[in-house]
Design a protein around this ligand. Structure first.
Ligand code: GLC
Length: 767
C-alpha cells in the first residue's frame, strides 16, 4: 500500500518520508506524543478533538540504517520501515509497541456451509467482518496486554478479547457486553503490559473498528475505510502520565460550577408545572438535598426547541422562578432536531440562513424525531453554531441554568441518515459518514460557547453523544440504561473507562432509565451515584416512578444518607475537579490507575477509586448483603466503622442495604462541608477536615464556584499536611476574599474547632 522507503526529509521536528506510493509523516508533538500520518483524504489533520497548537518544540534526531529510518525524541525512538511499519521503543531500547508484519487472519475459520446455517436462523456470524480496512494499524501482541479506555463502551474494564466500533448509536435495547457501540466515540485506548504502558489515539471521525486481540491472539488492530491514517502514540512512565498526555492533546474538563456537583432529579414524565412544583416541595419536605431539576421534552411547545409549552407549564419561566426561590436550578433539554413547520420561527430562521443539512441534490434533509418531521442543524458550520449558541438567550432569560443536549448522535426515527447527507466541516463540505461521530461534539461546543458568552458563568452542558475532546465542553451521561442489576454492575467499568478516555464529568441515570426499578436496586444505585461526578436520578415515561420516597421509609432513609454524604463530600469532589482541570486525571478511577504494578487491580470491575483517597466497593448484586473487597497495599480505614485495615488482601465485608463499603487511605485529609439542602443555602465559611491518621498532604481549592474569575487568580489554595500526629494548615494562595473562618477538625472521636485568620495553624491530631 505504501511501498518501500525512497527517501526522507526532516522539516523542523516533522519527518516526511517518501514511500514508493505514499508520503508518510512522523511528527513529535512532545517528547512523549508521536503522530503517525498519511493524508489519504486531506493533507492537513483537520482534527475535531485537538484544538489549538499542541506541538511543543521538541528536540528530535533522525538517522538511517539499511532497512529503517530512526527518529528519536528525548524519550522515544521510532523505527520506520518499508510499508510504513512503525515501531516504538523507549530510551533504554525496550520495545514498547510494534507493527504486526503478518497478514490478518481469523484464528478460527468456519466453512461456508456452517456459515450458511448460522445465518439461516438470523444470527450474526462473529468474525464475519471485513478483513483489511483501507486504513488499518495492526499491532503485535506481546502476550500480557490489558486494554482500557475506548470511551463509553459496555462490558468490562479490560477490553482484551472484545471488539468495538466507533459509530455513535442510539439503541433502545438493553445494553449488553455484546454491543459494539453506544452513543459516544472516543477512539483512544491504553495498553498496559508488564513495565510498559502507552496509549493509541486514532483521530479519524469515520466509522472505525477496534479489535483487541479478539480476531487473533497475535495482534490487535484499529482501522477505518475512509479518512486519513492519523494516529498518536502516547507514552508515559505510568498510566497516569498517559492519561495526562492524552488530555493534554485533546483537552480537559474545565472546573464546573459548584451546584452542578450537587444532586439532580429528572424524569421523562413530569408533564406539568404542578408536578414540578410538587416535586420540589417534596424534596424540601423530606429534607433530601437537591440542587437541580431537569425539564425533559414536555416543557416545549410540541417539542419545538427554544419554545415553551404554556398550556402545561404556565407562563414561560414562571415555574423556574418559583423553584429557584426554593434553591432549585433548572436544566432544560434541547435536542438538535428542529421541527419542520413553516410557522415556527426557528425553522424559518434556519431555512432563511441555510442552516440545515442537505441531501446531495441540495434539498433540506428531513427525517423525524420527537416533533415528527424534523431537520438537522449543520453544526460543522461556524455560522450555524453561532446561531444555535444565541438561541440559548431565550432559555437563560427564563432562568435556565444548564442545558442537556440529547438525541445528538444524531438520532432519527425514520432510519439512519444516509451517509451522503451533506454537512459542513468548517471551511469545506463533508458527508454524514464523516460528520456523524462529531455531530454531538459540535452541538455541545455550540451550546458551551453560547452559554459562556451569554451567561459569563462556567457553562453546564450535558451531552449524550460525543467524540474525543468533547470533555472541553460537556458533561456526559451514559444514555438510556435500564433498571437492571447488570446495568448497575456495568456502570463501574463503564465510568472507569470513560475517565481514562478523558471523559471525567460523567454519570449514569441513577435507578436506571428504562424498565422498572425496585427499592433495593434504587438504594444500591444511589450508593454508586453519590460518587458519580454527575449525580442524577432519571427515568423514562411509562416506567415505575423512582423518586427516593416511592419505595417506603427504609429506601428513603438510605437514599437520604447517600445524598447527604455527597453534599458533605462536595469540597473533596470540587478539589478533584480542580486537579482534573490541571492534569486530566479523572474523578472516578479504576484501581489500576494508581496501582498498575498490582495485577489484582487489572481486571477489578467491582470497585473504583473516588480520587486517590477513597475506595468504593459497592454492592451491585441483587440480594447480596456482603461484598468481597480488595484493598491495595497500604493502610486503609473503613469509612463507617473507622476500623484500620492493612491492604494487599481480599476480605468479606458485611454490607446490608444501608451500607456501601467505603475505605479511606491512611494519611488522607478529607474536606467536608456542613449539611445543606442545596448549594447557596448556607455560607460556606466552615470547613470540616476529616483526618485519617498517617502521613499525608492534601491541597484544597476554594473559589466562588460560579464564574471564570479563578482564571485571574481569584481563588485560595490551602495545604493540609499531617505527620507524627500533627496537622498543619497553610494558605498557599490567597486570591479569593471569602476565606474560611473556621476549621472543624475531626480525628476519630475527637472534634476541634479552630478559628482561621489566614496565618498557618498547627494542631495535634490523635495518631
Ligand atoms: C432519550 C434520552 C432520555 C430522555 C428521552 C426523552 O431517550 O436518552 O434521557 O429522557 O430521550 O427526551
Amino acid at each position: 500500500m505504501y511501498g518501500k522507503i525512497k527517501n526522507y526529509e526532516l522539516n523542523g521536528q516533522k519527518l516526511v518520508i517518501q514511500f514508493e506510493k505514499q508520503e508518510g509523516i512522523v511528527e513529535a508533538y512532545t517528547d512523549e506524543i508521536i503522530n503517525v500520518f498519511c493524508g489519504f483524504e486531506t493533507k492537513d489533520h483537520h482534527s475535531k478533538a485537538i484544538e489549538g497548537e499542541k506541538r511543543k518544540e521538541t528536540k528530535v534526531s533522525v538517522s538511517r540504517t539499511n532497512s529503517e529510518i530512526i527518529y528519536s525524541t528525548e524519550k522515544l525512538t521510532v523505527h520506520i520501515a518499508d510499508e510504513f511499519k512503525v515501531d516504538f521503543y523507549d530510551k533504554e531500547g525496550t520495545l514498547l509497541c510494534e507493527d504486526y508484519r503478518g497478514k490478518r487472519a481469523y484464528a478460527q475459520q468456519l466453512s461456508e456451509k456452517s456459515l450458511e446455517l448460522i445465518r439461516a436462523e438470523g444470527h450474526d456470524v462473529s468474525g464475519e467482518n471485513e478483513l483489511d480496512y483501507k486504513i488499518q494499524i495492526v499491532k503485535k501482541m506481546q502476550g500480557d496486554e490489558k486494554f482500557y479506555g475506548l470511551g463509553d463502551k459496555t462490558g468490562f474494564l479490560d477490553k482484551k478479547h472484545y471488539d468495538y466500533e466507533m459509530w455513535n448509536s442510539d439503541l433502545p435495547q438493553a445494553h449488553t457486553d455484546a454491543f459494539k457501540a453506544l452513543y459516544k466515540s472516543v477512539p483512544f485506548f491504553i495498553t498496559l503490559r508488564e513495565n510498559c504502558v502507552y496509549g493509541l489515539f486514532f483521530d479519524n471521525t469515520y466509522k472505525s473498528f477496534f479489535n483487541m486481540a479478539k480476531e487473533n491472539e497475535k495482534y490487535f488492530y484499529f482501522g477505518a475505510n475512509e479518512g486519513n491514517l492519523d494516529y498518536y502514540f502516547i507514552y508515559g512512565a505510568a498510566m497516569k502520565e498517559v492519561v495526562q498526555n492524552y488530555t493534554y492533546l485533546t483537552g480537559r474538563t474545565p472546573l464546573p460550577q459548584l451546584w452542578t456537583l450537587g444532586y439532580h432529579q429528572s424524569r421523562w414524565g413530569y408533564e406539568t408545572k404542578e408536578e414540578i412544583l410538587a416535586l420540589a416541595k417534596k424534596y424540601r419536605e423530606c429534607e433530601i438535598p437537591c440542587d437541580t431539576i431537569h425539564f425533559d421534552i414536555d416543557y416545549m411547545d410540541g417539542y419545538r426547541v427554544f419554545t415553551w409549552n404554556e398550556e402545561d407549564f404556565g407562563k414561560p419561566g414562571e415555574i423556574i422562578k418559583q423553584i429557584a426561590d426554593m434553591g432549585f436550578k433548572t436544566v432544560t433539554i434541547i435536542d438538535p432536531g428542529v421541527k419542520k413547520d413553516d410557522n415556527y420561527t426557528k425553522y424559518k430562521e434556519g431555512i432563511a440562513g441555510d442552516y440545515f443539512a442537505k441531501t446531495p441534490e441540495g434539498e433540506v434533509y428531513v427525517n423525524a424525531v420527537w416533533p415528527g418531521e424534523a431537520v438537522y442543524p449543520d453544526f460543522g458550520d461556524p455560522k450555524v453554531r453561532s446561531w444555535w449558541a444565541n438561541n440559548h438567550k431565550y432559555l437563560l432569560e427564563l432562568g435556565v441554568r444548564g442545558i442537556w443536549n440529547d438525541m445528538n448522535e444524531p438520532a432519527s426515527f425514520n432510519g439512519e441518515l444516509p451517509q451522503d447527507v451533506v454537512f459542513t466541516d468548517e471551511d469545506r463540505k463533508a458527508n454524514h459518514a464523516k460528520m456523524h461521530n462529531v455531530y454531538g461534539h459540535l452541538m455541545s461546543k455550540a451550546t458551551y460557547e453560547g452559554l459562556k458568552e451569554l451567561d459569563k458563568k462556567r457553562p453546564f452542558v450535558i451531552t449524550r453523544a460525543c467524540y474525543a475532546g468533547s470533555q472541553k465542553y460537556a458533561t456526559f451521561w451514559t444514555g438510556d440504561n435500564q433498571s437492571l442489576w447488570a446495568h448497575l454492575a456495568m456502570a463501574i467499568p463503564q465510568m472507569c473507562n470513560m475517565g481514562l478516555s478523558g471523559l471525567s464529568f460523567i454519570g449514569t441515570d441513577v435507578g436506571g432509565f428504562g424498565a422498572d426499578t425496585t427499592g433495593e436496586l434504587l438504594a444500591r444505585w444511589v450508593q454508586v451515584g453519590c460518587f458519580s461526578p454527575l449525580f442524577r436520578n432519571h427515568s423514562a415515561k411509562g416506567t415505575i416512578q423512582q423518586e427516593p420516597w416511592v419505595f417506603g421509609d427504609e429506601v428513603l432513609s438510605i437514599y437520604k444518607k447517600y445524598v447527604e454524604l455527597r453534599y458533605r463530600l462536595l469540597p473533596y469532589l470540587y478539589d478533584l475537579f480542580y486537579e482534573e482541570e490541571k492534569t486530566g486525571i479523572p474523578i472516578i478511577r479504576p484501581l489500576v490507575l494508581h496501582y498498575e504494578e498490582d495485577k489484582e487491580t487489572h481486571e477489578m470491575n467491582g470497585e473504583f477509586l473516588f480520587g486517590e483517597s477513597m475506595l468504593v466497593a459497592p454492592v451491585v448484586e441483587q440480594g447480596a448483603t456482603k461484598k468481597i473487597v480488595y484493598l491495595p497495599k497500604g493502610d486503609w480505614y473503613d469509612y463507617d466503622t473507622k476500623e484500620k485495615i492493612s491492604g494487599n488482601k481480599y476480605f468479606l465485608k458485611d454490607a446490608p442495604l444501608s451500607v456501601c463499603p467505603i475505605y479511606v487511605k491512611a494519611g488522607s485529609i478529607l474536606p467536608n462541608f456542613l449539611p445543606m439542602h442545596y448549594v447557596g443555602e448556607i455560607e460556606l465559611d466552615t470547613l470540616i477536615l476529616n483526618v485519617y491518621p498517617g502521613t499525608g498532604e492534601y491541597l484544597h481549592y476554594q473559589d466562588n464556584g460560579e464564574d471564570f474569575a479563578y482564571r485571574d487568580g481569584e481563588y485560595n489554595l490551602y495545604r493540609f499536611a499531617q505527620k507524627d500526629g500533627m496537622l498543619t494548615i497553610t494558605l498557599e494562595h490567597d486570591g479569593y476574599d471569602k476565606k474560611y473562618k473556621n476549621f472543624e477538625i475531626h480525628c476519630g472521636e475527637e472534634v476541634k474547632q479552630i478559628p482561621f485568620t489566614g496565618a498557618p495553624i498547627t494542631v495535634k491530631v490523635n495518631g
